[in-house]
Design a protein around this ligand. Sequence first.
Ligand code: 13P
Length: 247
Amino acid sequence: MALKKLVAGNWKMNGSLAALDEIKAIAAAAKANPGADVAIGVPATLITPAASAAPGFAIGGQDCHWNASGAHTGCLSVAMLKEAGASFVIVGHSERRTDNHESSAEVARKAEAATSGSLMAIICVGETEAERDAGQAVAVVTGQIRDSVPVGSTGANTAVAYEPVWAIGTGRTPSTGDVAEMHAAIRAQLIDLLGEEGTGVRILYGGSVKASNADELLHVPDVDGALVGGASLKAADFVPIIEAGAR
Ligand code: 13P
């Protein structure tokens, strides 16, 4: 049975209080399209105002620490995100793996902390262009899944996002055949790791998703949603992607 699609936005380091109107419009579109789940990961400073502006709509963070508290300057715990109003957190985004040198082992600890603290985790994986050119994309990504997804993850508390690094913010996307091949490989790895529960973990595609390609990408086999960067910042761009996910 097809899983209900999750159309999630990742605002990255974008947005201010002035953007709350976009959140409100996106939340209204989510309500009007109950066929898909919708969520937005905002900068930590916007979690509380966004959650207050759109009650009942899923607002999340973009990173967390695995410890509950302590000497970790600049970091946020799962409990802090939750208290601020988050219901999920994105972990292991390629920008953090690159900029902050996060390893898959660390990503797994973050995901484990998130789900233990009742935040849904969206765990990101994806190959670089050099890795794809070398024919290593599937091996790299399934390895990241094995090392980043904690044993005990469930379809209810975890989603995975396949985001080829070379497709993020570039306007380039893999062919639907390549997306299908990768998502099937990720599904097999999830089942290997989690057993039957692995069939229920949603696998999102991310990387240059926009209104004009969302329908096609969202209906590739084993694509259970999208993780959208640039095109999630404005309701006018994001709402057609929500509608595609709900179809
Ligand atoms: P773009 O949609 O801007 O390519 O970003 C994708 C992404 O990194 C979402 O996490």
